[in-house]
Design a protein. Sequence first.
Length: 602
Amino acid sequence: MSDKNLFKDLNEVQRKAVTHGNGPLLIAAGAGSGKTRTLTSRLIYLLKSGIKPENIVAVTFTNKAAKEMKSRIMNNESGIMNNGMPFIGTFHSLGVQILKQEAKLVGRTRNFTIFDEDDSLSLVKKILEEMNLSKDRFNPLAVMAKISKIKNELLDAGELGSGDRYEQIILAVFQKYGELLKKSNAFDFDDLIEKVVKIFQTHPAMLEKYQNSWQQILVDEYQDVNTSQYLLIKLLAQKHKNLFVIGDDAQSIYAFRGSDFRNFLNFEKDWQNAAIIKLEENYRSTKNIIRAASELIKNNKFQKPKALWTNNQEGSPIYLTAYQNNEEEAWGIAEKISEILKNGESLKNIAILYRTNAQSRAIEQTLIQSRIPYEIFGGLKFYARKEIKDIIAGLRYAFNPNDAASIERLAKNFNRSKNAVLLENLPRLSNELSLVQLINYFLENTDYLEYLEKNFKNPEERQENIKELINFAATFQDAHEFLEQVALMSSLDGRPKLEENAIKLMTIHLAKGLEFDHIFIVGANDGLLPHERSMLKADELEEERRLMYVAMTRAKYNLHISFYDLPSRFLGELPPELIEFKQISSYGEEIKDWDDETIYIE
C-alpha cells in the first residue's frame, strides 16, 4: 500500500496519529492544527489497510461535518470506495440506524416516528393539562428540559421518585410522557441515544453484535460528548478497544447543552494503555495571536496542556481599544473596517464576534448607517427578533392608534383582556410617560417577561435584547424620532439573507470551527465576557475563558479586541508586549501602554 498521496499534506505528528495501530488513541488537537484533515486521513488509512467499510463507524456532531468528511473521502484518488462507504454521521443518525433494527426491544416497530422539539413540547403540555398542573409552577419548557436531562445524563428515575413532591410529580410526567411516546410508536431526539444505551445495557448479545460489526470507531469533537453519548461510544468500543477520538478541551464551550469535557480529560483513566498524541502546530494564525491565546488559556486549571506553535509570520500586534460606550465602540469598529476595505480586503474575510446576541444592535445600526453590508450568521437581525417587534408594535400603536399592522400583531400575541388594556391606555399614556416608562408599562401589563420564561427556551437571551432596546430608547428625547430611526433600520436591514460579500456578525459560540482574516471581539467587558452569570463559579469562569480563547483563535492575521466600562479580567492575562492599546475618549485617540493599572485607575 502506497501512502505517498495520503501523507503529502500531513506533518510528522499527524502521520503518527493517522498510522496508529490498534488500541485507544486520543488526539488533543489545538486550534487550527488540521483536526479534520487528520481524522479524514485516519479513516482513509483504515480503508486502505484493508478494514472493511462495514466495520468502521465515524461519529460527528453535525450533518455538515459528516458531509464534509464523506466528500473528502469520495474525492480521494485511491478508489477505496469500491467496497462501499463506512458509517459516517451524527450521534443521532447512528442511533436511528440501530433502532431501525432493534426498535422491538423498546416496544416500537421499525416504522417509528421521530418527534421534533415542537412535537415533544405539545405532548408535555397535553400531559400537564390532563394532570391539572399549573403552568406557573410546572413550566412546560422547564419540564421538557428536565425530561431531556434525565435521558441525556441517564439519571435513575427511581431516585427522582424519592425526592420532594415536585420531583415526584416530574417523575410522574416523565413516565406518562414515555408511555405516550411508546403508544405513538415514536421516539424523541434524546431517545435516539438513550434508548440504544439501555438496549446495550440490558441485552449483552445485542451489544456484542454491534461490537463485532463496528470494530473501528472514530469520534470527532470528543470534548463535546454528553453522558449518554459518552457511554454509547464506551460500550461499542469495549470489546476491540479500537477507539480513535479527536478534539480540544480548550474549545469546550457547550456545557449549557450538557457536554462534559471531563470525558476528554479522563480518557487515560477510562482506557488502559491509551495513547495520547498532541497536534500543536497551528496553520491558521500568526505567532502573536497564538502566543496571546496560549497565555490566556494557561490560566485554566482543568485542561490537557498543549504548547501551540506556528511557522507563520509574527504578524500584527493584538489591537486593544477602550471606548466610552457601546455606541462609540460600534462607530470605531466601522471606521477600522472602512480602513481595511480601502486596502483592497474583501468583506467576507471580516467577522465581528460577541458574547450575547443583544450586543449586535449597536453594531448593526452603525454598519447600516455606514452602508457596510453585513450578515447575522445563524440568527435573526436585531429588529427582526420577535420580542423587539412585539414591543415596537406597542409603541407604534401608542403614537398612532390607526396603525392596523400593529393592532393585528398585538391581538395575535396577547389574550383579549391584556390586549384591551393596551388598546385603551397606550395612546393616553404616550402623552404622559417617557419612552422608557412606556416600554416598562407594556412589559408589566402583558406580563411579557413571564411570557418569555414560559414559552421560550432562551428567555434570558431575549430579555437581554429587551434591555438593549430600552438602553437605546433612553438616548432619545423624542419618541417619534426613535420610532423613525427603528423603522429606517428595520427597512434597511430587510430580511436576513446570505450574502457572499458581507461582514459576518455572530456569537462566539457560533464562530467555533470558522476562521477569518480579520476578527473583531466586541464588548470584552467584565459582566459580558466573562458573562455576569458565570463569574461566581470556577468551572463556569473557566468555560468563559475558553470562549475567549475560541474567539481569539478564529483570527488568521489581525485580531481586534474592544471594551467599554470595566475591562474583562481576561485582558489582564494577555502579554502586554503583544498589545497595541488605544483609548478613545472625548479628548480624542490616545496610545498608551497596556497594563492592569492604566484602565482601572482612570
